[in-house]
Write a protein that binds this ligand. Structure first.
Ligand code: NAP
Length: 352
């Protein structure tokens, strides 16, 4: 495998920091350039960033000078991993694509666009196939909302074997999901906030696209009706989801759990460095998964499922836990970039 040069847009934010940490020592990717806002541009990364992760800033990032999020900063990159707010991404990402760059984004700005794959590699790796003809000409790939990612991974084996029809999900979402400037301690300690702007709409829209089919004209969503209730809770990392599901037939919980336990996903044979094996783990103990004990399974890339049991309303219910800033953001984006590399979609750009 060639080494690809990687740029990070939004490098000083929480997800940007996770990307930098995960790129350290990566076998296929090498950090080349960092971009952020005018507040950070022109400064050494170590001076510009409010580093919020355990351990020190990786050397290869610390000494780099942060640039603006534009073509000039990323001109020597083969791929840009974007961790920008949606409003900023809406302007910046199309400009980078027009400049011929491959952009792999965490933001919600273009997730539902007809020409943009919304990818969880184990679930819908085939959604990137249409991009092969655009290699070297610029394109955009996105990863889903952090709660939608865990939900899609947990429900994929059920959808494939039995068909998922309706889903009701209540989330308990960690503070890191709101980024470095998330809620104040005063608003969150000893508290649960039953509202996260736009979050319920994202989960309800994205699940069908992820579990749907790629078609000539775009993506045909799976006809799944989703009702989401989202809550911010005072945990640091890890989104918990209480899920009730209606399947195409009456499926005993043991059979549903077995389908999830057997799930290996679509990329098990590709050797992607960030792909966990297996992508789903089931816990049998009645009080698991727990946020603190289970969020780091598989380095934060494995989704942990428990409490698979009958639901008197929709038939089946379960609890899902996924690491929001790893599986749901930086690790998910990196895995998407690895998928593009393995599938030959990522081109090495010639330098001007
Ligand atoms: P964040 O901590 O607020 O970081 C935002 C980044 O964007 C910073 O690097 C900031 O740079 C940069 N930025 C802000 N305004 C800019 C501008 N005008 N031009 C260029 N750069 C600008 O946010 P985050 O939590 O890392 O989230 C990043 C993206 O990932 C968002 O779209 C979010 O929805 C998505 N996401 C987050 C999670 C999560 O769990 N946190 C999960 C999934 C997806 P400065 O430091 O210079 O201001």
């Amino acid at each position: 495998m060639d080494t690809y040069r990687v740029g990070i847009a939004g490098a000083t934010g929480y997800v940007g920091q996770r990307l930098i940490a995960r790129l350290a020592g990566h076998p296929w990717f090498r950090l080349e350039a960092l971009g952020a806002s005018g507040r950070s541009a022109g400064r050494r990364y170590a001076d510009a960033v409010r580093w919020a992760l355990p351990g020190s800033i990786p050397d290869e990032a610390a000494a780099l000078t942060v640039g603006a999020c534009d073509e000039g900063t990323f001109r020597e990159c083969d791929v840009v991993l974007s961790a920008l707010d949606a409003a900023v991404a809406r302007e910046v990402e199309p400009a980078l694509v027009r400049a011929g760059l491959a952009v792999v984004s965490n933001s919600s700005a273009f997730r539902m666009s007809d020409d943009v794959p919304l990818v969880v590699p184990e679930v819908n790796a085939d959604h990137v196939s249409g991009l092969r003809s655009r290699a070297g000409r610029g394109f955009l790939v996105t990863n889903p909302n952090c709660s939608a990612t865990g939900l899609a991974l947990a429900l994929c084996p059920l959808h494939r074997e039995f068909g998922v029809r309706r889903v009701v999900v209540a989330t308990l979402q960690a503070v890191s999901g709101a980024g470095l400037d998330g809620p104040r301690a005063l608003d969150l300690l000893d508290n649960v906030v039953p509202y996260i702007p736009n979050e319920e709409e994202k989960i309800e829209a994205e699940l069908g696209k992820i579990l749907g089919r790629a078609s000539a004209g775009g993506f045909a969503p799976a006809p799944i009706v989703v009702s989401a209730h989202c809550h911010r809770v005072p945990t640091l990392e890890g989104h918990m989801e209480a899920v009730s599901v209606e399947l195409g037939s009456d499926v005993p919980p043991e059979e549903a759990a077995d389908a999830m336990r057997r799930f290996r996903g679509d990329v098990a044979d590709l050797g992607l460095p960030s792909a966990p094996a297996p992508p789903l783990v089931l816990r049998d103990a009645p009080d698991r998964p727990q946020t603190r004990l289970d969020r780091d399974e598989g380095g934060g890339m494995t989704v942990v499922v428990g409490r698979v049991r009958r639901c008197p309303v929709l038939g089946l219910r379960l609890v899902v836990l996924s690491h929001n800033t790893v599986r749901g953001a930086a690790g998910g984006a990196l895995l998407n970039a690895e998928l593009l590399a393995a599938k030959g979609v990522l081109a090495k750009r010639a330098l001007a």
